[in-house]
Ligand binder design. Sequence first.
Ligand code: TAP
Length: 494
Amino acid sequence: MSDEFRNHVAGRWVHAESGATYENRNPAGRDDLIGTFAASGPVDVERAVASARDGYEMWSRIPAPKRGEALKRAGDLLVERKEELADGMTREMGKPLVETRGDVQEAIDTAYYAASEGRRLFSHTAPSELSAKMGFAVLRPAGVFGIVTPWNFPLAVPSWKIFPALVCGNAIVWKPAQDTPWTAVRFVEILVEAGVTPEAVQLVTGFGSEAGEPLVKADGVTGVSFTGSTVVGCHIAGLCGARGRRVSLEMGGKNAQLVLDDADLGLALEGVLWGAFGTTGQRCTATSRLIVQDGVHDELVEALVARAGELRLGDGRRDGTDVGPLINEDAREKVDKYVRIGQNEGAELVLGGGIPDDDDLSRGWFYRPTVFVGVEPDMRIAQEEIFGPVLSVLRVSDFEEGIAVMNGVRYGLSSSIYTADVGRAFQAIERIEAGITYVNGPTIGAEAHFPFGGVKDTGNGHREGGWPVYDFFSDLKTVYVDYSGRLQKAQIDA
Ligand code: TAP
């Protein structure tokens, strides 16, 4: 069974102006057609942005607590439809149901947090330097935001942007990843049903070059919130910079888990299995490097290879599946290319490293969980984001070398250290160059009410989640009220 899905523009579900569509298929079985979706172009984007300007006028005038109430209803609808959404999301992007349920739950948590923020949106006040004068700052709605998102968290990542943008009083135009338009359609349906002004939520599905880039460039867009690869993010930042518009970037990672000799090895093993192979390694926070101190290296690697070799590949909607497929053929080719690079660089392949030959996996984009040992810090498999189930193990002699290897990459999203030494843990927190550090936990597992984002080439200083994102989606207005009844001059009248 397949369906035809449309854009949401100017409050209606419409085809792309050109009539163009594209097919979206299940990555675990490519004969399963999920549906056809609008392949949008610049004209569709232009219409969506023009209508979003109207939507902004209407939605921004609704008091923030009332906007929050609509988001609360959206959260309730997500709760009601959690199972149906998780099932469709697994069908669309492949990760096991337990993970897509978590993805929906993150959107629910974000909805409720944002809803309550409608009654806060706190800002600052301070005493004036003059008498009979008051100063304070207020967060004001900013305008229309372009939202550009990846496929690996098809609901959670968009929700981190869309709920805060909306509660702050903005309208959005959303270009979701071409691989996960079904989830996007379902999310927009929920937002409108929950009572968000329909013109404040515009959806244009399709491809990055044909719909995403025109959105970033469109007149009438106030700012862009992007999550995806560093190469695309930096390109978008250039386009925004040339137009003087704000841009929030959440980009790639090359996250490491450091295991010291005094670590609880059982805990470290569970952490790396989940961090490296959850979501088939396709998380921005995935553990792609395991840095192990000499004294426990061999024991941990032996246990890791045994356990990773037992992970069951399969359709994420089937009971017992640990690891789903990669998102598409290009992704699988990229992973395989990196495995060949690793072998050519002299790393030792101790697990996986190929496409499984089982018949029932041949219809999907599966790749075997892969482990390299003997990886040197300057090898490409230790430096570049692979975005698949490939783990590079690096051996270090002590804590100092571990930190140096950890920091010796261009990215800085997530990180983890396993140790029983509290002092070492706090030194690591201070010295690891990353937006997120876990102590005795894997590199993955963000919570909606904490800031999320990275340093170095992972981001441009903004954060999603928690409280800071509300500043990005607002304009800060400073207000002075002089009730002295005379002209008072700041800095001049003592
Ligand atoms: P990208 O290829 O960068 O795509 C991200 C989004 O940008 C997609 O919607 C894409 O459309 C669109 N896009 C592509 N070219 C564009 C252009 N020229 N102008 C405007 N939009 C454009 O990333 P991906 O493959 O979907 O996701 C994987 C990457 O995202 C990894 O690097 C991963 O680390 C990163 N990621 C980071 C985070 C955080 S929070 N840091 C979270 C998740 C993922 P199409 O789908 O049509 O290509």
